[in-house]
Write a protein that binds this ligand. Structure first.
Ligand SMILES: [Zn+2]
Length: 374
């Protein structure tokens, strides 16, 4: 049963307009102004936070409030305003199946303007139907595509709701992200000793050979169901007649289990340090956490609310694990519970990116149900 009249023609018009407003990361000013006007029309008071000043962007994050029945929980809906490149001068085309594409010279920007559109359509439906709801907050972030920088610098003290829905995942309607890994970025430098490769190679220590042996010894690829490691770059450039004395490697590691992750990180560090020592070289190793992971189990009340909303909108809840980071990781790391849902966009970050208007409507139905369920 669906209590809401989602305005389908508004969704089509708004989505096509929003993707044509250029908003690469840190250049979301025009988009933010447009969304602020839309939110104020719906009765929200809109606050622009200081993240834009900190990051050198055109605008901060938008945090918008709408009063509601205070006996109900305050809830937020979140999406990001920025897009990746090539994302300037987007010309959307709608095909016969109501699927929207770019002209293939740019991305489409459905990531995450489909989310932005669905949020506004959901709130519009709730407000216009006079359905009872608690306080509603809408968070539109900047610079998500730069490593969640907007959500990282969000003014969390301005957010009253403790729980919310993030509309920013690929996957069909019904998918909800219930777990995401903690992610670490690491860097290793190996220092050997240079020497003429033809005249006296025995006086050199090849950093390339040492690093290659360390990589061969360290955990790599899929470690277990929940843990992965990758070397993303291995750089040691020089002429062929010199034994290379320096190599730099950058990689990552992810796991749903923080303990497992720190164990794997120890093994990687040890592989570099001990291999270098045993071959007369030296290694420097550093690691930094990029995102905190999370896991919402079946009795998590926010997860339950999202699953109920998905059902009410006519879809089948499909809990998934995410391998990547999204604003939801940052919200969760800052004490909020944010469940990210699949909104049907496909092939994001490519010129083949597309989304069905029907899926944006479906996402709006889920969000409206999320806001109004008892
Ligand atoms: Zn996104």
């Amino acid at each position: 049963m669906n209590a809401f009249e989602i305005d389908r023609s508004w969704i089509r018009k708004a989505f096509l307009e929003f993707v044509q407003i250029d908003s690469p990361s840190l250049c979301e000013g025009k988009m933010a102004n447009r969304l602020q006007a839309e939110l104020e029309n719906l009765g929200f008071s809109v606050y622009e936070d200081g993240a834009g000043v900190k990051l050198g962007g055109q605008t901060g994050n938008l945090i918008a409030h709408l009063d509601g029945d205070s006996s109900r929980p305050a809830l937020f809906l979140a999406a990001h305003m920025d897009t990746v490149q090539p994302g300037v001068g987007i010309r959307p085309k709608v095909d016969e199946q109501d699927v929207v594409w770019s002209d293939h010279s740019t991305i489409l920007g459905a990531d995450d303007k489909a989310g932005v559109t669905a949020i506004l359509a959901a709130v519009k439906a709730v407000v216009e139907s006079n359905a009872p709801h608690g306080p509603i907050e809408v968070i539109f972030t900047i610079a998500e595509e730069m490593g969640l920088q907007g959500a990282k610098h969000l003014e969390y003290d301005k957010v009253k709701a403790r729980a919310g829905l993030s509309l920013d995942s690929s996957g069909p309607l019904g998918s909800l992200v219930v777990a995401a890994p903690t992610q670490v970025r690491w860097e290793a430098q190996v220092f050997g000793k240079s020497a003429h490769a033809g005249v006296e190679p025995e006086n050199g220590i090849s950093a390339i050979k040492v690093a290659a042996q360390a990589v061969a010894r360290m955990p790599h690829g899929r470690i277990d169901k929940q843990t992965t490691v990758n070397v993303g770059s291995f750089v040691g450039e020089g002429p062929t007649n010199v034994v290379r004395d320096r190599v730099q490697l950058v990689g990552e590691a992810r796991s749903l289990h923080p303990d497992r992750l720190s164990g794997v990180m120890d093994e990687i560090r040890t592989a570099f340090v001990t291999t270098a020592e045993s071959l007369g070289a030296r290694a420097e190793f550093s690691a930094a956490k990029m995102y905190d992971g999370f896991h919402f189990d079946e009795d998590n009340p926010v997860r339950q609310r999202v699953e109920a909303a998905i059902l009410q909108a006519g879809y089948r809840p499909n809990p998934i694990q995410s391998g990547g980071g999204s604003d939801a990781n940052m919200y969760t790391a800052n004490g909020l519970t944010a469940v990210n849902i699949g909104i049907g966009y496909e092939q994001i970050h490519s010129t083949q990116e597309h989304v069905s208007l029907r899926d944006i409507e479906g996402a709006a139905e889920v969000a409206a149900a999320f806001l109004t369920l008892l």
